[in-house]
Ligand binder design. Structure first.
Ligand code: UD1
Length: 380
């Protein structure tokens, strides 16, 4: 059985790594049966060292077998370029199945290129819905799910969403969250990162950590619109009176901060708001584990903080991961200055939200996926 695995953007890498490990484990345990051959295709949607290569190193991912070099562009350009290049690979490789993960442009492009060649598609992290169609990721999720043959979901709400859209029951598999596989597998390694020392947050590995909040921000709706960005910055400046903020900034955000000339006019000092380049997986996970709380507009970080039990303030008005609100440590605060400050201060006053971990977020999701695919291989 031959499987093409598609990755392209930062949040894909931690979802593919456990799948590759699970395929190799399956092969080792089933030597007399059919072997699963995997071909790893990197679309090149993300190409900077900090957005791509560092994750291969941190996650012990094998180098991609094929690199498509699609790069940046408008949504249509990026999706189109990936489809054109991937189609050539699929003609040549003729896989039995294509696996796509998450909700980025590479996910949709991979699924579309495959399904048009009548190659079955498995979508890992299926069924998530924010019900906000202005988000490019929501369009990617809806379309990818509509054309996939195996829909691997992280939580029961995702199954419900798919049923409402008329997806047949026999295509839906509740398997848990593959990102959590990566988190649990790498937690001990992340603890050894020296990022706290590098950022001056501890003087030595043994000394107490200077309290800090961790921030990530990259959604177009937050950073491409100056008004929205300024509302968030106003909250940060208030919060930074009480706690230091560490902000590894995505390239898009760095660009906008310069373009809007926000950096020169920041109302806080660089010590209170410590802006760094985007960080690798292990350094970032270490910062997450040691933070007093996290502020983010990312999808995956809402899940990671729920698993780690760290309070999370999500700088969005919707989430496709509602289980992190109902079960986990997540609160939606959007770009509302007062709400962000109010919730941050509650946490600092010891009244932060606590939660618990959803079922099947146990580190074994990728193994469940591979078992399902292997047992249904004659359908492929
Ligand atoms: C993409 C995903 C988003 C995900 C995010 C994580 C889509 C629609 N969006 O958004 O869901 O949360 O990745 O990072 O797929 N750039 C660089 N270096 C890089 C990559 C990008 O400088 O390695 C710059 C480019 O100039 C580009 C901008 O960042 O204009 C945005 O990159 P792009 O991949 O288009 O979208 P993201 O905002 O990263």
């Amino acid at each position: 059985m031959k499987i093409v695995l598609v990755v392209g953007a930062r949040p894909n890498f931690m979802k593919i790594a456990p799948l590759i490990r699970a395929i190799e484990k399956y092969n080792a345990n089933h030597q007399s049966l059919v072997t699963i051959h995997h071909v790893l295709v990197h679309t090149g949607q993300h190409y900077d060292y900090e957005m791509s290569q560092i994750f291969f190193k941190d996650l012990e991912l094998p180098q991609p077998d094929i690199y498509l070099g699609a790069g940046s562009g408008t949504h249509a350009e990026q999706t189109g370029k990936i489809m054109i290049e991937l189609e050539k690979v699929l003609f040549k490789e003729r896989p039995h199945l294509v696996i796509v993960v998450g909700d980025v442009n590479s996910t949709l492009a991979g699924a579309l290129a495959a399904v048009k060649l009548h190659i079955p598609v498995a979508h890992v992290e299926a069924g998530l819905r924010s019900y906000d169609r202005t988000m490019p990721e929501e369009i990617n999720r809806l379309l990818t799910d509509a054309i996939s043959d195996y829909l691997f979901t992280p939580s029961p709400d995702a199954d419900e969403n798919l049923r409402k859209e008329g997806i047949p029951e026999d295509k839906i598999f509740l398997v848990g969250d593959v990102m959590v596989d990566s988190l649990l597998y790498n937690k001990a390694r992340a603890e050894k990162s020296d990022i706290l020392e590098r950022l001056g947050l501890v003087t030595s590995h043994q000394s107490p950590v200077t309290p800090y909040a961790l921030l990530t921000l990259h959604r177009p709706s937050n950073v491409d619109e100056k008004e929205s960005l300024l509302k968030i910055i106003a909250a940060l400046s208030e919060i930074s009176r009480r706690i230091r903020i560490v902000f590894p900034a995505h390239p898009r955000t760095q660009k906008r901060l310069k373009e809007f000339d926000i950096l020169n006019n920041l109302p806080v000092t660089s010590l209170q708001l410590l802006i760094t380049e985007s960080l690798g997986y292990l350094d970032f996970l270490n910062l997450e584990m040691n933070a007093k709380f996290v502020m983010t507009d990312s999808g995956g970080i809402q899940e990671e903080t729920t698993v780690l039990g760290i309070p999370c303030l999500t700088l969005r008005n919707t989430t496709e991961r509602p289980i992190t609100l109902t079960r986990g440590t997540n609160i939606l605060v959007w770009n509302h200055t007062e709400k962000i400050v109010e919730e941050a201060f509650k946490i600092l006053d010891g009244k932060g939200k606590t939660g618990n971990c959803p079922e099947l977020w146990d580190g074994k999701t990728a193994e469940r996926i591979v078992e399902i695919l292997a047992s249904s291989r004659y359908n492929c």
